[in-house]
Design a protein around this ligand. Structure first.
Ligand SMILES: CC(C)(COP(=O)(O)OP(=O)(O)OC[C@H]1O[C@@H](n2cnc3c(N)ncnc32)[C@H](O)[C@@H]1OP(=O)(O)O)[C@@H](O)C(=O)NCCC(=O)NCCS
Length: 169
């Protein structure tokens, strides 16, 4: 059963594998990270953990039973009770509802663990999978954006206290 885990130092190797194995897939939907990302992965991983320690970001991985990373779900630019959400799934794990379920869990964590009351997320119009995940989790359009030259939609979701869309409370 895949588990959502807060990013830790021990995830480095599995996360690098995930990014390497899915690089071509991701580039079909979102900007490629570039060769430098892979060359300086260790330093970047350490920086993410340092940022997370300040509370400016909360990074999570969806991890399979065998330790493989299936997806990453990140809250970044935390400020004033809100944050931006970004996510990506391993190609082989898509189409099973895992991203929809993980975003639901992230929304619960954002409210219950991190004290946030509003999340934002943007997706390109050419990315119907991402748009579907957001809308199924109660995100609604709040404006238009340009994402690396492509038109997209910015969404927001209010995180009502004590109300969980996943029905766990
Ligand atoms: C977007 C992404 C996270 C979706 O992950 P996932 O685990 O497949 O998502 P889910 O299975 O929870 O739901 C996706 C839904 O979108 C639908 N979908 C996916 N691609 C679609 C397409 N091209 N057209 C129409 N619907 C599509 C799926 O069929 C599914 O709906 P269903 O349950 O009715 O079948 C994944 O495809 C991904 O990582 N893409 C590359 C990175 C990316 O785009 N990240 C988001 C940046 S904003």
């Amino acid at each position: 059963m895949p588990e959502l885990q807060r990013l830790a130092a021990a995830h480095a190797a599995a996360l690098l594998d995930f990014e390497r194995q899915n690089r071509v897939y991701f580039a079909r939907f979102i900007p490629d990270r570039g060769d430098d990302y892979f060359a300086s992965f260790a330093e970047r991983h350490a920086q993410l953990l340092a940022d997370q320690a300040t509370g400016s970001d909360h990074f999570h991985l969806l991890v399979d039973d065998d330790g493989a990373v299936l997806g990453r779900f990140n809250l970044f630019d935390v400020a004033g009770g809100s944050a931006d959400l970004g996510f990506r799934m391993a190609e082989h794990a898509t189409g099973r509802g895992l991203a929809t379920a993980a975003v639901a869990r992230i929304c619960d964590l954002a409210r219950d663990e991190y004290g946030l009351h509003r999340l934002y997320a943007s997706a390109a119009l050419v990315n119907p999978g991402s748009l579907t995940v957001l809308r199924r989790n109660g995100f609604t359009a709040v404006g238009e954006v340009v994402l690396s030259g492509r038109p997209g939609i910015r969404h927001a979701r209010d995180l009502a206290p004590g109300v969980s869309r996943s029905g766990r409370r």
